[in-house]
Write a protein of this length. Structure first.
Lengths: 302, 122
């Protein structure tokens, strides 16, 4: 069997274990939606029917692994908006941004709305979220998700993220950008192969533009989280280094108790990245049992 | 959202959608959406029809339910047991008709044995 992501062997820790983890499907992970339900009651309901729920993040009763639930969309709790299937690492990006109630938030690439709705939950449906999604064809699915989960503090726009208007500035910005999606790949069948597309080489240019625009849309003192679900340093550390070179952006540390975080890279294939990238976070499937992820927590100084 | 101080700021943008859709126009009537009912239905004090799992399953399969209820004709709130607000129903001439979009529902959602926890409370 061919080795997957061989080019990343020099920096992925425990590479053999990483390879093994890619043979397993991504586990079902649920976020319990406190806009509509009490986490304890939902857990009781599901456990009474024999479903195991395993807390995935210490101190947060809304995030659970649900290994016995193959199709959460078939549950009444899903229809009622009590639960939303969402990868743990996707949820962590929102917890890192941590938008406060009453804040003004921009989600630059919002569809299908999982992170948007999570932010609404943390904000208790107060303040305002601008959920931007370029493609109108994705608005239907996103609107459905937001309304199913009872999100009432959100408006939807359809600008190109890299050209988002700067007439208004935000307290928080989430730049969960289009990426090559390597972190979502699992070899669930023996013949499954990871295929790179020719579009992959074009992504960093777009990602840099989106990140710079998001930073420009941020108020002074505000926070931005840049996140991808890929291992590729060209789409991660390289993009954030570009922002640091172009602006006065600061990278702040990420503290996620009980989660196995690996630091951002300082160099790869002869390219050196800004030293602040050590504070960025990498998440690998064999460490966190979730989708592979990268995130950087960025602040615009006063 | 109307009370949000950020609304004036967001007004500088071209907004495609805002908030949750509350009503559909059906002929000359306004029908409350499923999502509106689910969000605010537990605040209601009247116009509520309590169903058991079998009744819910029958309704969402497309059947009408004949019941003797002290209600005026119009839209009502369908509730499973005492605490699960499902969506809207239409009560007309002694018959109850579900207004919940069938495409959103799966058979597994309303099997009696899957609701032991909900019916018995917590």
């Amino acid at each position: 069997m061919t080795t997957l992501f061989e080019c990343y062997k020099e920096f992925v820790p425990d590479f053999a274990e990483f390879q093994e983890s890619l043979q397993d499907p991504i586990p079902t992970h649920l976020r319990i939606n406190t806009l509509k339900a009490n986490p304890g009651k939902v857990q009781n309901r599901l456990q009474a029917r024999g479903f195991r729920l395993i807390p995935s993040y210490r101190g947060d009763t809304t995030l659970v692994l649900a290994p016995d639930i193959a199709t959460p969309g078939n549950l009444l709790e899903y229809f009622l908006g009590y639960i939303h299937p969402q990868a743990l690492t996707s949820c962590l990006a929102v917890l890192v941004l941590n938008p406060e109630p009453e804040a003004y938030v921009l989600d630059m690439c919002a569809a299908p709305g999982g992170k948007t709705s999570h932010m609404a939950q943390l904000m208790d449906n107060t303040g305002l979220i601008v959920a931007n999604e370029l493609y109108p064809s994705r608005h239907v699915a996103m609107g459905h998700t937001l309304s199913r989960l009872g999100v009432a503090n959100c408006v939807i726009t359809s600008y190109q993220a890299q050209q988002f208007p700067l007439r208004t500035k935000f307290d928080y910005v989430l730049a969960d950008v289009p990426c090559s999606g390597e972190g979502t790949f699992r070899r669930v069948h023996s013949r499954t192969e990871y295929r790179e597309t020719k579009e992959k080489a074009l992504l960093p240019q777009l990602q840099k533009k989106i990140l710079v625009r998001g930073y420009q849309a941020l108020k002074k003192g505000g926070f931005l989280v840049y996140s991808t679900c890929t291992y590729n340093p060209d789409e991660n550390e390289e993009v954030v280094t570009h922002l640091i070179k172009e602006t006065n952006a600061e990278i702040w540390p990420i503290n996620l108790e009980s989660i196995a975080i690996d630091s951002g890279l300082e160099q790869w294939r002869g390219r050196r990245y800004d030293r602040m990238l050590k504070r960025a976070a990498r998440f690998y499937p064999h460490r966190v049992n979730s989708v592979g992820f990268f995130m950087a927590r960025i602040r615009k100084p006063e | 959202m109307r009370k949000s101080p950020h609304l004036r700021e967001a007004g500088k943008l071209k907004i495609d959608y805002a908030g949750i859709k509350a009503f559909h126009k059906v002929g000359k009537y306004l029908k409350p959406t499923t999502r509106l009912i689910q969000c605010f239905g537990e605040e209601a004090s009247k116009g509520i029809v309590e169903l058991c799992a079998e009744e819910f399953a029958s309704l969402v399969s497309g059947n009408e339910l004949k019941k003797d209820l002290p209600l005026e004709d119009g839209y009502v709130i369908l509730r499973l047991g005492q605490d699960v607000v499902l969506g809207a129903g239409l009560w007309t001439k002694g018959r109850l008709i579900s207004q919940i979009p069938r495409r959103e529902l799966r058979e597994a959602m309303f099997r009696e044995d899957l609701w032991a926890g909900g019916r018995n409370g917590n």
